[in-house]
Design a binder for this molecule. Structure first.
Ligand code: UN1
Length: 493
């Protein structure tokens, strides 16, 4: 491996090259503890919201396809800075370079999706029961949208929300995770340049960096009709409660605790790759990370030794080294939480393979063979821990998949058509995402992304997720000379 500079210095250099320099006096990089650039807190959330309202009032009258052109140019700028921004994601989060660049690609993908969408914001026409009447649905811009993003996808999940909100005619307020404000700062600065050249209203999208109070202020403010939040269940519960108290709308993407079932007919080569990436990829810090493996008795003893070997061979190290597959966790607290979960697992009779801490933020991914699903397994520990359980009957495996409070992603590895289709049926997986012969993570942007139960019920990104960023108006037109009333009601003067 060639000599790589301290992470903090490299991040500061990238910001300077992007034209948005910051001093390297911020939080420590998970890679080597060097100080990352320090992003200033937003000085007044109230003033930012007021600016966002003004921006919205101008932007909502710009035609949708013209709004799409701004997002097209933003996507082009992201493409131009793909490698630099990807490296910054890697430095700040610790995810390997190909995943850092992949995250920027995910932003570019949603830009392209949103550009097409900007010409497809269509409603319905509905048959009216009254003569000489037309009834239709029209979608209008909603207002300022707050986006609270998490550390693990510091920019892509914001982009899912922001790009759709912008083509829908909304303004955006972005509260990034306190753990990853640097990439947000850089992406916001790329956006600002594009928006200025385009002649977009000032403050159309703003960064509202800060601590918990900044998020709380956004959630509580009645000028914001929609708050989209990604993160932990407790955070989502706090946001949802505050937003609901003012009868606002929230869009939540919270904990996952995904399970994969390995059936007796599974292709074990494919299974090994799917499980390794699903459970250990991104050092177990995706909402979609595979956390539970439900293995049929007939393949358990063949699969497990191979899986242990595969997990043991995953290269752990500086995520900027192209050979690395497992970078550091986000911070030392995450490593402590992982250690505590493994201790609990041992106390419950679990057999742990791997899982050793290797310095401040680095860990080996852990496989934990558990006697049964327990409260520990039902909890989501945001770490590379894969709990392994056995099953003998298909229905038993489905019951285990469902038996957790979360419902984001799920998969089954099987070559049995009946099992695959049953998994996708109403009595199969209860998650927002259900995959056959692949892992649980790495969704494309084209589908609606989100899940049920404590995952929060929201849907972001593709399909018709755009509708949550708009308000629906039912319009009735009488083009006749009389006034017939619906339901045959008579009211003659
Ligand atoms: C998240 O972890 O919050 O499906 C988002 C995936 C990514 C997005 C994850 N495309 O794993």
């Amino acid at each position: 491996m060639t000599q790589i500079p301290p992470a903090g210095t490299e991040a500061a250099d990238i910001l300077a090259a992007l034209g948005c320099p910051l001093p390297a006096t911020g939080r420590p990089s998970p890679i080597d503890g060097s100080a990352l650039p320090a992003v200033p807190d937003c000085d007044s959330v109230d003033a930012a919201i007021a600016r966002s309202v003004s921006a919205f009032e101008a932007w909502r009258s710009v035609p949708g396809p013209v709004r799409g052109q701004l997002v097209r140019l933003f996507g082009e700028a992201l493409r131009e800075h793909r490698e630099a921004l990807g490296r910054l994601v890697t430095i700040e989060t610790g995810k390997p370079l190909s995943e850092g660049v992949g995250e920027v690609q995910e932003m570019i993908d949603i830009c392209e999706f949103a550009v097409g969408l900007s010409r497809q914001l269509y409603g319905l026409t509905i048959a009216s029961e009254r003569p000489s009447h037309h009834m239709r649905e029209m979608w209008h811009p909603l207002g300022p949208v707050a986006v609270i993003s998490a550390f693990n996808f510091p920019v892509a999940v914001w982009a899912w929300n922001a790009c759709l909100a912008l083509v829908c005619g909304d303004s955006v307020l972005w509260k990034p995770s306190e753990k990853t404000p640097v990439t947000a700062w850089a992406v916001q600065s790329v956006f600002d340049k594009v928006a200025k050249d385009f002649g977009a209203p000032e403050a159309l999208s703003q960064l509202v960096s800060g601590g918990r109070e900044a998020g709380e202020a956004l959630a509580a403010d009645h000028r914001i009709p929609l708050v989209s939040a990604t993160g932990s269940v407790p955070m989502g519960r706090a946001v949802a409660t505050t937003v609901a108290a003012r009868l606002g709308r929230s869009l939540l993407e919270l904990g996952g605790n995904a399970a994969t079932i390995v059936a007796s007919s599974a292709d074990l080569e494919l299974a090994l790759r799917a499980i390794a990436f699903g459970a250990a990829g991104t050092t177990g810090q995706r909402c979609t990370t595979m956390r539970r493996l439900i293995v049929h008795n007939s393949v358990y003893d063949t699969l497990l030794p191979r899986l242990k070997k595969a997990f043991g061979s995953l290269r752990i190290g500086d995520p900027r080294d192209p050979a690395t597959l497992i970078g550091p966790m986000i911070d030392a607290q995450a490593v402590t939480a992982m250690g505590a979960a493994l201790d609990r697992a041992r106390a419950e009779g679990g057999t742990v393979t791997g899982g050793e801490a290797q310095g401040d933020c680095y860990v080996a991914p852990a496989l934990v063979e558990m006697p049964a699903q327990s409260d520990l397994v039902r909890e989501e520990t945001f770490a590379p821990i894969l709990y392994v359980l056995r099953y003998s009957e298909f229905d038993e495996a489905i019951a285990m998949q469902r038996d957790v409070p979360q419902g984001l992603s799920s998969s089954i590895l099987t070559n049995d058509l009946r099992e695959a289709e049953a998994f996708l049926s109403a009595t199969g997986s209860d998650c927002g995402i259900a995959n056959i012969n692949m892992g649980t993570s790495g969704a494309e942007i084209g589908g609606a992304f989100g899940g049920e139960k404590e995952t929060g019920g929201g849907r972001e990104s593709g399909s018709d997720s755009w509708k949550v960023y708009m308000r629906r108006q039912t319009q009735n037109v009488n083009y006749g000379r009389t006034l017939p009333l619906a339901q045959g009601v008579e009211f003659d003067l």
